[in-house]
Design a binder for this molecule. Structure first.
Ligand code: UTP
Length: 278
C-alpha cells in the first residue's frame, strides 16, 4: 500500500514572475483552489494520507494553507461561506502534513532526495508535481491508476503522454517496449532532448511512483542537463538495474507551470466543472 506522497515545491516559478516573487507558484489558484490542493486531493483519493512537502524560502503560505485558520473560521462560522472550507478541513483532519526544505535549487532529483527524511527508506512512495494538474473526469485519478499498476508490478512508474515532436525538448522522454495496453518497459530515457534526437514522443509528466532504492541511486547521480540532478538520469539507472515502467495515463493534464497551460486549465475548470456544479 502506498500511503506517502512527496510534493517537490521548492522551485522559483520564474515563468510566473512577478506573481511568484513573494508567493509560491503552488498557491496560484485554478478558480478558487490552489494548485497544490488539487494535487493533495488526487493523492488522498489514491489512498495516501501522509503528504510530504519539499519547500524553500518564501513558501510559508503552503504550510499555512494546510493548517487551521482559527480567526477566519470564527469569522465565517454559521454563514453560507463555511462550506467553502469543507474540502480543505477534511484534508487537514485526515492527513498528516510534513515538511522539509531544499536549501538550494539543485534539481528535481535533489528535491526528491531531500524527501528521504519524510518518506523513509523502505516503502515505495508517490511523487506529485503540483504544477502539473491532472484530472480524469471519466474515472480514477491519475495517481490511483498508477498505484494500481504498481500493485501489480512492484516497481517505479512514470506517467507519460504523447506530445507533438516540436515539444519533446521541454520534457524527459522515454522509449520502451509496450508490455500491456499503455504500459511500457523503459529502455531509454533522456531529459529535454533536442527535437531531432528524441527517442520517441512519449513525455514524462509530473506523476511518479518510486521505490525507495531510488534515494541511493540519486545520491550517486551526477548533475546532468542544466547542472541539475535529474530524476530522469536516476530512473534510467534504476531501469538498467531492474525495471521501470512508463504508463500512458487516462485523463487530462494541464501544464500549470506555464501561463498558457494555466489559462487553459482555468477555462477548462470553469466550463466543465464549475458551470456543471451550478
Ligand atoms: P520546474 O522547473 O517546472 O519549476 O520544476 P520551477 O523551477 O519552479 O519553474 P520555472 O521554470 O522557474 O518557472 C518542476 C517541479 O519541480 C520542483 C518545482 O517546485 C516544480 O514543482 N523543483 C524543481 C524543486 O522542488 N526543486 C528543484 O530544484 C527543481
Amino acid at each position: 500500500m502506498i500511503k506517502k506522497c512527496l510534493f517537490p515545491a521548492a522551485g522559483y516559478g520564474t515563468r510566473f514572475l512577478p506573481a511568484t516573487k513573494a508567493m509560491p507558484k503552488e498557491m496560484l489558484p485554478i478558480l478558487n483552489k490552489p494548485l497544490i490542493q488539487y494535487g493533495v486531493e488526487e493523492a488522498y483519493d489514491a489512498g495516501c494520507d501522509v503528504m510530504a512537502i519539499i519547500t524553500g524560502r518564501g513558501k510559508r503560505a503552503i504550510t499555512d494553507h494546510f493548517d487551521i485558520s482559527y480567526e477566519l473560521e470564527h469569522q465565517i462560522k454559521g454563514t453560507s461561506k463555511e462550506a467553502m472550507l469543507n474540502d480543505i478541513r477534511k484534508l487537514i483532519d485526515e492527513c498528516t502534513f510534513t515538511y522539509t526544505r531544499q536549501n538550494e535549487m539543485k534539481g528535481l532529483g535533489d528535491a526528491i532526495l531531500k524527501g528521504r527524511v519524510l518518506v523513509g527508506e523502505s516503502d515505495p512512495f508517490a511523487v506529485v508535481l503540483a504544477d502539473d494538474l491532472c484530472i480524469n473526469p471519466d474515472g480514477e485519478g491519475v495517481l490511483r491508476q498508477m498505484i494500481n499498476i504498481h500493485n501489480k508490478f512492484r516497481c517505479s512508474i512514470v506517467a507519460i503522454m504523447e506530445v507533438p515532436d516540436e515539444e519533446v525538448h521541454k520534457y524527459g522522454i522515454i522509449s520502451g517496449r509496450e508490455i500491456e495496453d499503455g504500459v511500457y518497459m523503459v529502455e531509454d530515457m533522456v531529459e529535454k532532448p533536442d527535437n531531432d534526437k528524441a527517442p520517441s514522443n512519449l513525455a514524462i509528466i509530473g506523476r511518479y511512483i518510486l521505490t525507495a532504492d531510488i534515494f541511493e541511486i540519486i545520491e550517486n547521480t551526477k548533475p546532468g542537463k542544466n547542472g541539475e540532478v535529474q530524476i530522469t538520469d536516476a530512473l534510467l539507472t534504476q531501469a538498467k538495474r531492474g525495471m521501470v515502467l512508463a504508463y500512458k495515463f487516462k485523463g487530462k493534464r494541464f501544464d500549470c507551470g506555464s501561463v498558457e497551460g494555466f489559462v487553459e486549465a482555468t477555462n477548462y475548470f470553469y466550463n466543465n466543472i464549475l458551470k456543471k456544479c451550478k
